[in-house]
Design a protein around this ligand. Structure first.
Ligand code: AHR
Length: 503
């Protein structure tokens, strides 16, 4: 039997957390599996353009409204020679990719990806290799990409057909350098020193760039948060962001506990803020380091399949998680958590974008479709622009295997002043019960409900596939209404809700 629980929320346009940086709706394309080859790029596909980019994929990326895409890795970048991927395609070398035990053909590289990003209407968040390489390769790379001309590397770019500099603004200083799996894994001291010296010269080449230092690969790393403290002590004045990465899984088939992971995410973000601010205090700096959550998602479904991949193949199907309904709920909850930290989380990249732990799937030579997690991301990316509000929430709680006092209602709201729109994002985590929500929107006078979008499925394991692509889809079926400044809505058990209000 379905019971009804009650939750309350207050939203006031003056209770603002901060302006949402649209780059929190970023994503990630790594040279890994079929993300690039067979994903964004498949020459010969009926829907490929003259450069080999799949137009059906670009259309889905546009639906997600992704403002920035991290590239080219990930673990891949720690063994990458960027020079391999520029210039005439027929001259580009094939290399072993030691991060993923595959062959990299280099048929897509920096300039090609910049072309794709332009087509997709997104910016590139570039990365330099601090695994096998260092200061020299990094400074040359910035010069190649961003210098206007009249120098060796910028003229080389011009000779490759790119007269105008790419002007890549955000650069990652390596990737997950705290992880023993990383090519060129380092201690915090080693990485901190290298990141500092690399950052200095990269900014000397182009002072307009912003730099992301590697934080921990996850809160579970044994070196967390000493890693962040040491790295920032070395780099504080030379970098702009510290990175966070986190993936969750539900191997125990415990939905209530799985959805409670937003609590761990929140604690992770708070700890990194505290650590960055500790270094700020220690170094007497006036500057504040913000957070780049540049890898996040659910990742576990494909782990067994990946162990069977043949070594040294080209673009094999790696990390192809098929996402189910409960994954979409957690992804929605993670996005709400980022919005609650909109004052410090300025970049976030859903890892990844196509085929590899991704919202968009393709088949080689075939179609492209939306996974379950596509929908909450699309909703928040499209309707979550403006000011993140600080909601006052009272909600029932539950205990799960690893968490206590888990809020049943996970919710927040974004106020778009220019458009006079207010959007409430709300997750009901209750396994069985409907949540009756009463939301006082006090000084939002004259607002009406535009729509109440609901994503729900009776089966937490329901998925979308090429054969059945619309099995899990949102509908406009919610019952939100507004009477005397109070929004009421019944949020069905295990549901993702988007209540859009406007004047
Ligand atoms: O996104 C997949 C991989 O996860 C990335 O290459 C790496 O940075 C992380 O461990």
């Amino acid at each position: 039997m379905t019971n009804v629980k009650k939750a309350k929320m207050i939203l006031d346009k003056d209770y603002k957390i901060g302006e949402v940086d649209k780059r929190i709706y970023g994503s990630f394309i790594e040279h890994l599996g079929r993300a690039v080859y067979g994903g964004i790029y498949e020459p010969g596909h009926p829907l490929a353009d003259k450069n080999g980019f799949r137009k059906d994929v670009i259309q889905l990326v546009n639906e997600l409204n992704v403002p920035i895409v991290r590239y080219p890795g990930g673990n891949f970048v720690s063994g990458y020679n960027w020079e391999d991927g520029v210039g005439p395609k027929e001259k580009r070398p094939r290399r072993t990719d030691l991060a993923w035990s595959t062959i990299e053909t280099n048929q897509v590289g920096t300039n090609d990806f910049a072309d794709w990003a332009k087509l997709a209407g997104t910016e590139v968040m570039m990365a330099v290799n601090l695994g096998t390489r260092g200061i020299d390769a990094a400074r040359n790379f910035v010069e190649y990409c961003n210098h206007p001309g009249g120098t060796y590397w910028s003229d080389l770019r011009k000779s490759h057909g790119y007269a105008e500099p790419h002007r890549f603004k955000v650069w990652c200083l390596g990737n997950e350098m705290d992880g023993p799996w990383q090519i060129g894994h380092k201690t915090a001291e080693e990485y901190g020193r290298l990141a500092c010296e690399t950052a200095k010269v990269m900014k000397w080449v182009d002072p307009s760039i912003e730099l992301v230092a590697c934080g921990s690969s996850g809160i579970g790393m044994p070196t967390f948060a000493q890693w962040e403290a040491t790295v920032l002590e070395h780099t504080y004045e030379h970098v702009d962001y510290i990175s966070l990465h986190q993936y969750y899984g539900n191997r125990d088939k415990d939905t209530a506990d799985f959805l409670a992971n937003t609590m761990a995410l929140d604690a992770f973000i708070k700890s990194v803020i505290a650590t960055a601010d500790y270094v700020k205090a220690k170094t007497r700096s006036k500057k504040t380091i913000n957070l780049s959550f540049d890898e996040w998602n659910v990742w576990y479904h494909s782990n067994d399949a990946d162990r069977k991949i043949e070594r040294w193949s080209i673009a094999p199907p790696q990390l192809e998680d098929v996402y189910n309904f409960e994954d979409a709920l957690l992804v929605g909850g993670m996005l709400i958590t980022f919005l609650k930290h909109a004052d410090r989380v300025k970049i976030a990249c859903l890892a990844q974008l196509v085929n590899v732990i991704a919202p968009i799937m393709t088949s080689n030579g075939g179609g492209a479709w939306r996974q379950t997690i596509f929908y909450p991301f699309m909703h928040v990316s499209n309707y979550g622009r403006g000011y993140a509000l600080n909601p006052i929430i009272s909600t029932p709680v539950y205990d799960s295997k690893n968490y206590t006092d888990v809020p049943v209602l996970e919710a927040t709201a974004v106020y778009n002043e220019e458009k006079d729109e207010l959007t409430i994002f709300a997750l009901n985590k209750d396994m069985n019960d409907t949540l009756s929500l009463e939301c006082d929107i006090r000084n939002f006078e004259g607002y009406r409900v535009v729509e109440h979008i609901v994503l729900h499925n009776d089966d937490v394991n329901a998925v979308n596939t090429e054969a059945n692509p619309f099995n899990v889809v949102p509908s406009n079926s919610g019952d939100a209404k507004i009477i005397n400044g109070i929004v009421t809505a019944n949020l069905s058990n295990l549901s993702w809700n988007v209540i859009r209000l406007a004047k």
